[in-house]
Design a binder for this molecule. Structure first.
Ligand SMILES: [Zn+2]
Length: 280
């Protein structure tokens, strides 16, 4: 059943694990996620960024997941990742999303509050949870940036939650999107401080490339949702490359795409084990 992200995350927060959130791109990544949910029987969040929705069509992704999950009783959430407008959130909700993010982290604090609140005012009465973002999650050039300035401040997080009523909050603690250049420095202490100050479930973006130990430390400190995107896309592409290396003459996508699906599934299983604290 499709449920809100916040519902899954509140339970995770109480019980000391995190819900893995997987960015899908197309039918093949949706099949990979669905097959792993069927196999492991644990809730996950399936999410799409606006560029993905432009690629496949907003209504396509919930439709694919509904079809693939029709026979499976495990709860999951359908989430808009890095949404950038109320209009997009509304379209997603109309298509069956159970959760939306509004990312106003690049705006001033006041604009972020105002526009995020527009989304919560619209979505929360429909039992759709809203993820806000405060602080900076890297992703472009790593220069001599002032790290402290990128971290989410406890006082700002408290005020942001009070004024926007967001269901969940993505925080900046030193992670970055995409591929890390050099060893990332994650401020686990700051996660702990924010978690102790506010009851709102916290989200970690940019977890591809973090060691399993760092991810576990973040969960122990109070993170209840972890986003994985880059590593899934890398696995997908590596799977296709391996199929062509095995047989350069292969021309049926159903054959070489199976290689991509199986590679993604390996990463999905590993991330689910880390997030749920399952030791193999
Ligand atoms: Zn992100």
């Amino acid at each position: 059943m499709v449920v809100s992200s916040a519902r899954l995350m509140k339970k995770a927060s109480r019980e000391g694990y995190a819900i893995p959130a997987f960015n899908i791109d197309n039918l093949e990544s949706a099949i990979a996620v669905s097959e792993v949910i069927h196999e492991m029987r644990l809730p996950v969040i399936v999410q799409m960024i606006p560029r993905t929705l432009n690629y496949g069509g907003i209504a396509m992704y919930p439709a694919m997941m509904r079809e693939l999950m029709a026979d499976c009783p495990v709860d999951y959430a359908l989430h808009l990742d890095h949404g950038n407008s109320l209009a997009l959130a509304q379209k997603c909700i109309a298509s069956g999303f159970s959760s939306v993010m509004f990312d106003g982290s690049a705006m001033s604090f006041e604009d972020n509050v105002r526009l995020t609140k527009e989304v919560t005012d619209y979505a929360l009465p429909m039992d759709v949870s809203v993820e806000g973002e405060l602080g900076t999650i890297g992703g472009k050039e790593e220069g001599d940036t002032d790290l402290e300035a990128t971290y989410t401040k406890v006082s700002e997080a408290t005020e942001f939650i009070r004024r926007t009523n967001v269901s969940t909050l993505a925080i900046g603690v030193g992670t970055a999107h995409g591929v890390y250049k050099g060893e990332p420095k994650i401020n686990v202490q700051r996660i702990k401080e924010i978690h102790e100050a506010i009851p709102t479930p916290l989200v970690l973006h940019g977890a591809s490339g973090l060691s399993d130990e760092v991810v576990r430390a973040c969960i122990e400190a109070g993170i209840s949702k972890i986003n994985f995107a880059t590593e899934l896309r890398q696995a997908y592409t590596n799977g296709i490359k391996a199929e062509f290396a095995k047989d350069p003459e292969v021309f049926d996508p159903k054959i070489y795409m199976r290689g991509a699906i199986d590679e993604i599934k390996k990463v999905l299983r590993a991330k689910i084990n880390i997030c749920y604290g399952i030791n193999e």
